[in-house]
Write a protein that binds this ligand. Structure first.
Ligand code: TPP
Ligand code: MG
Length: 582
């Protein structure tokens, strides 16, 4: 036969990563939906195939084979009731932690429930037949390909994770007739390490430690990261919610937000990714990503994940600092980041009265040792441009990115440390959403809340919104996308009454002078008699102008050309061209 690998990409990805994991033994049961897979395996001498008509028997055979050989064993079956017969054997494998990989092939899931012959639902397996069950969709674009790569990596790693056990993969097929692929195209393989494993060598080059939202750093972690940075010419890049306060850090936001200037430092050779979700939206372009977290999950934020270290951050950095001692003693990468940031900062012009201007005036003056809670998205983004004192800890609800609970979260934190000052910055929609929290009888005098009232959901008028709101809809967006004009339309009295009746000191400002004359009261480091609410009135045009100025401080050849093309052709047409080129 002159057939080679199938051209179905999901099957190719599965085969390529099975080979990387050394999964050779396959027990195939007869069928049609699994032909793309089985025909591809059959012509590849790497694999050792066995046949078994009865899927129930095949799954038990896999148990015996896995236990005897010490190797993982794959099963392949088709649609209809074939996969149901894997249940007894997989149950056996589950309770004995045997690495059996059940691959059930299937017509696409959108056919489930439409009276189509042989289509059965494999999305919800019994809880004790597989440690993990994943779907491999038909690959139609790069997003599907990414989904398949991650799903296969997760599934195959799980075969041996924490003692291991059986895994289920549902491989969808369109019965492609094309078996002409002679060379199996590679797929990205992700490796996982625990503290018991031998660690891989860290490549030479630019190493960035990218920190998402992070709770307060322990002394031990800060020290370990400093030793690591010293050995590997590495730097920590952070935003406010990262809470990094050591010697090797740079706030990445100003550099990362530039629209017409693409700094080379944004493309590290390795990004060591720690922390949780980041609201920084910085377009980092790492060659590869090493993720370090005790959860051991494959979190592929940058779509370049190659290594996962399932361990505490301290263990990772201490171990590499130990093995890398003397490898490098320069800090050129950190210096480059600092220079880029410094040069851009020197170019910041006078900003209009806006959230960004307020952050610029206030950030560095917040009292030492206080906490700052920022509403998503605009408050977080604008305060991210500027530096805070090292001892100020910053939080934002970036777990779920809701506007619904910023003030309640601030209240909860303030109750846990009554002697510490807690600052909050929220927009008007977030404020009125969570309004009842200010009336909670536990509110203490350590709360200082700033309400930036622009009379709208500015995020939905933001000039860089993910959806082309401003360019396509303009003010049409006001009524429903941005929920403009609610809550008294920037009433000068509404919040004042509510706040004062609840025992807050109320401050307000509608321009720079008014702001500056009240700012010192708002940020005074001593506890005041009452909690303070500072309502600041801005408008969406100033919000956009300020951020445009901050995002376009410098123009590089490539950045400028890109922008020129965008202006000439229009972003809608650029998207069309990109689709055609794909
Ligand atoms: C519970 C919830 N509903 C809706 C959203 C979508 N959303 C994100 S930002 C935003 C606007 C927030 O407006 P505001 O609090 O006034 O802040 P601004 O952007 O105007 O500074 C909305 C509605 C969300 N994140 N959470
Ligand atoms: Mg608003």
């Amino acid at each position: 036969m002159n057939t080679y690998y199938t051209d179905e990409r999901n099957a190719q990805i599965l085969i390529a990563i099975m080979k990387e994991h050394g999964i050779r033994k396959v027990i195939a049961s007869p069928g049609t939906t699994n032909i793309c897979l089985v025909a591809s395996l059959q012509q590849d001498s790497f694999f050792e195939l066995f046949s078994c008509v009865d899927e129930r028997s095949a799954a038990y055979m896999a148990c015996g084979m896995a236990a005897e050989s010490g190797e993982p064993v794959a099963l392949s079956c088709t649609g209809a009731t074939a996969s149901r017969n894997y249940v007894p054997g997989l149950t056996e494998a589950f309770y004995r932690k045997l690495p059996v990989l059940a691959i059930t092939s299937s017509q696409p899931n959108n056919k489930i429930g439409h009276n189509i012959a042989q289509v059965t639902d494999r999305r919800f397996p019994l809880p004790d037949i597989a440690l993990m069950s994943v779907q491999l969709p038909i690959v139609k674009d790069s997003e599907d390909e990414w989904e398949c790569e991650i799903a296969v990596n997760k599934a195959l790693l799980e075969l041996s994770h924490r003692g291991g056990g059986p895994i289920h993969i549902n491989l969808q097929t369109m019965y492609s007739h094309d078996y002409s692929v002679r060379e199996l195209p590679p797929a990205r393989v992700i490796h996982r390490y625990t503290t018991e494993d031998t660690f891989p060598e860290l490549p030479h080059g630019k190493i960035a430690i990218f920190v998402g939202a992070h709770l307060t750093w322990s002394e031990r972690l800060t020290k370990a990261v400093e030793r690591f940075c010293a050995c590997y010419n590495a730097t920590v890049i952070y935003d406010q919610t990262s809470n990094y306060a050591g010697k090797y850090g740079v706030n990445m936001c100003l550099v990362g937000k530039q629209m017409q200037y693409h700094a080379d430092c944004l493309a590290p050779d390795v990004a060591v990714h720690i922390g949780d979700i980041s609201g920084a939206a910085v377009p980092l372009r790492p060659k590869q990503v090493w993720r370090v977290n005790p959860d051991g999950e494959l979190r592929d934020t940058f779509k370049k994940l190659t290594h996962v270290f399932e361990m505490r951050e301290e263990s990772f950095f201490e171990k590499y600092a130990e093995s890398g001692a003397g490898r490098n003693d320069e800090r050129s990468y950190c210096d480059t980041w600092e220079d880029e940031d410094k040069q851009l900062r020197a170019l910041i012009p006078d900003l209009p009265f806006s959230s960004a201007w307020i952050a610029q005036q206030t950030a560095l003056k917040l009292p030492e040792g206080s906490s700052l809670h920022l509403g998503i998205y605009n408050s977080l983004r604008t305060w991210n441009y500027f530096s805070l004192p090292n001892s100020v800890r910053t939080y934002s609800n970036v777990g779920g990115f809701g506007i619904d609970g910023s003030m309640s979260t601030l209240l909860g934190a303030s109750l846990a440390s009554p002697d510490k000052l807690f600052f909050g910055v929220v927009g008007d929609l977030a404020f009125f959403y969570d309004l009842n929290s200010l009336g909670n009888r536990h509110v203490g005098k350590n709360i200082r809340l700033m309400l930036v009232n622009n009379g709208t959901g500015f995020e939905m008028k933001y000039y860089r919104s993910a959806a082309p709101i401003l360019s396509q809809f303009g003010d049409f967006a006001d009524d429903f996308f941005a929920a403009h004009g609610h809550f008294g339309k920037q009433s000068r009295d509404l919040v004042r009454h509510y706040a004062e009746d609840l025992g807050f000191q109320y401050l307000t400002a509608s321009n720079k002078d008014e702001y500056l004359s009240s700012m010192n009261t708002f940020i005074q480091p001593e506890l005041t008699e009452k909690p303070i609410l500072f309502e600041v009135f801005t408008d969406e045009d100033s919000e956009n102008s300020a951020q445009k100025l901050l995002d376009n401080l410098r123009v590089s050849a490539s950045g400028g050309a890109k922008n020129l093309a965008k202006n000439l052709i229009g972003s809608k047409n650029i998207q069309k061209i990109k689709r055609i080129l794909k």
